[in-house]
Design a protein around this ligand. Structure first.
Ligand code: SF4
Length: 179
């Protein structure tokens, strides 16, 4: 389970629960900037994994991997970002003997589900793995409310520096809309 953050993992915990599934959660998020934001999301993820007694892996933080993946192609950054993370999840799933890969990105209405599905199927097919799509968008606001009720950190932007600017630079957003 490629895991973007603890709140988006909440619906996945229910959907991919034993005995039907033996899920392993992967925290590989070189797309999250700056470092203190990354650390906050990681702490929240590790707290949830501990509370739920779930198996998980954290890949050491190397934001250079995301920077190299998107440099000079910033307009396509989300596609490249999804590919980077799903490739890592598929490589680890293959090494560890898992049959399928999915992602908590499917919990969010702010992510491009169709693109994630295309990329996920492509990286999994080439490794002989199944890619599992699901859709948590309808329950997203309940998910966020549940996360807040648990005292979980809920981040205000997707992850990268560019998404942080989009979130907070109102002047730029207005200019992009031609206002
Ligand atoms: S906006 Fe989100 S999905 Fe897109 S590149 Fe930034 S962190 Fe990745």
């Amino acid at each position: 389970m490629d895991t973007c953050c603890a709140p988006c993992a909440l619906p996945a915990l229910r959907l991919f629960a034993p005995p039907e599934f033996e899920a392993h959660y992967l925290f590989y998020n070189p797309n999250v900037h700056p470092f203190r934001e990354y650390r906050r999301r990681l702490e929240s993820f590790e707290t949830l994994m501990g509370e739920e007694g779930l198996a998980y892996t954290v890949v050491p933080y190397e934001p250079e991997e995301w920077i190299r993946a998107v440099a000079f192609r910033e307009e396509s950054r989300c596609e490249l970002c999804y590919r980077l993370r799903l490739r890592k999840a598929a490589d680890i799933a293959l090494d560890e003997g898992y049959e399928a890969v999915t992602t908590t990105l499917f919990a969010s209405p702010y992510q491009d589900h169709e693109l994630i599905n295309l990329i996920g199927r492509s990286v999994c097919r080439s490794r002989g793995l199944e890619f599992v799509a699901w859709d948590g968008r309808d329950g997203y606001y309940e998910t966020i409310a549940a996360a807040r009720a648990k005292g979980m950190y809920t981040q205000p932007y997707c992850g990268c520096l560019l998404s942080e600017r989009e979130r907070y630079d109102r002047g730029r957003r207005a200019a992009d809309r031609g206002e």
